[in-house]
Unconditional design. Structure first.
Length: 375
């Protein structure tokens, strides 16, 4: 694994660490503010962080998924905020995975330079009220009308929704008798018939903003179709679930690193006796974090290899299992040594535990299928 972090990635990590310390760590208001810090967002654009994984011809840095993982980890570990990192990650995924991966030349040329500079912000619209993202229950439709498609429906839990200028919207465009067929559309915020709902308070990961959108006779040119018509769920949504799992590993490892730093500070301030047993416990917590970092980097490297790795799903599952071990150990450690927590520890712990719940049901299905293959 040490070979994976080459000199170029080390320089990137140092650059991101300096940015996070200067622009994020000093902003205590990030954890309580209702508005999104557009000033920091603009600076991220100026530092090319919003185009990190886009090719240089579009104004990006040309980095890969491993670089995104390392950057996400560093932003949280040194910036002490998971919410802003989630918004950054969502923005980059739309640019890198969806538009670069499935867009035509015209779509790439129009949107990627703006996304890289932060001139526009992006969001993904899959989930719907009361049903989540299960294809069986999605109801948003898109019917052809001349050279356009008319979209009707409602989406919810859109990360970056309140600040987004561009949405990737998944809508039902057919049914082949076996399954529903979905198509992805690139839809600008100012498109007639699209309304962004009020900001949702999800209770964690501030200041990342969330909202829904409503589509009422929203007319979108057929040229705004992203990827193949009718194949969006199989081509994009399913792979996105695993991509999301991998890329969230970085910020989670960063959050665990911040957890450990807080614990060390509390041990010193509360004058906890530095016994051999205490040191052993701290060493155990550190070893768990190091192991999770290795899993995160390896999963990202597998994505970059573009090869089928039989261990890939197992790594995603193992990360979740090992994360739970870290939190169980942390609770035991705090109780054992009589450590009094603080708001920073409570906040990052809540963000971490609720973030790992994203995709939990899908992970259980994958775990069950893994077991079924053994039988």
């Amino acid at each position: 694994m040490a070979r994976a972090i080459n000199e170029k990635l080390s320089i990137l990590k140092e650059k991101v660490a300096l940015f996070a310390q200067k622009e994020l760590a000093c902003r205590q208001d990030l954890h309580s503010m209702d508005r999104f810090p557009l000033d920091i967002w603009r600076k991220m654009g100026q530092e090319s962080l919003l185009g990190l994984s886009l090719p240089e011809r579009y104004g990006g840095l040309g980095e890969n998924y491993l670089a995104m993982t390392i950057t996400g980890e560093t932003l949280v570990a040194r910036g002490h905020n998971m919410g802003l990192t989630l918004s950054w990650l969502t923005h980059l995924v739309v640019a890198r995975f969806f538009i670069l991966g499935f867009g035509n030349k015209s779509q790439r040329d129009e949107f990627l330079p703006k996304l890289a500079r932060g001139q526009i912000t992006a969001s993904i619209a899959v989930s719907e009220p009361g049903t989540g993202a299960h294809p069986k229950y999605l109801k948003t439709t898109a019917f052809p009308q001349g050279d356009d498609y008319i979209l009707n429906g409602e989406k919810t839990y859109l990360t970056n929704g309140p600040i987004a200028d561009l949405f990737v919207i998944f809508a039902l465009t057919g049914d082949d008798g076996v399954r529903k067929r979905f198509t992805a559309f690139l839809v600008s915020r100012d498109t007639a018939g699209l309304t962004v709902t009020d900001r949702m308070e999800i209770g964690f990961l501030r200041p990342s903003p969330h909202s829904g959108i409503k589509l009422k006779n929203c007319s979108v040119p057929a040229s705004n179709i992203l990827g193949k018509k009718g194949a969006a769920y199989e081509d994009m949504v399913k792979p996105f679930r695993e991509l999301e799992d991998v890329l969230l590993m970085g910020p989670i490892v960063g959050g665990l690193t911040w957890q450990l730093e807080i614990i060390l500070d509390l041990v010193r301030k509360q004058c906890i006796s530095l016994t051999h047993e205490l040191k052993e416990d701290l060493g155990q917590f550190q070893s768990l974090i190091h192991s999770l970092r290795i899993l995160a980097y390896e999963a990202a490297a597998m994505l970059d290899s573009k090869k089928n790795h039989p261990e890939f799903i197992s790594i995603l599952l193992a990360f979740r299992f090992l994360f739970q071990d870290t939190q169980s150990f942390l609770k035991h450690f705090i109780a054992k040594w009589g450590i009094k927590g603080n708001i920073d520890l409570d906040r990052i712990t809540d963000d971490l535990c609720r973030t790992i719940e994203i995709g939990r049901n899908v992970a259980r299905i994958k775990q069950r299928r893994l077991g079924e293959r053994l039988i």
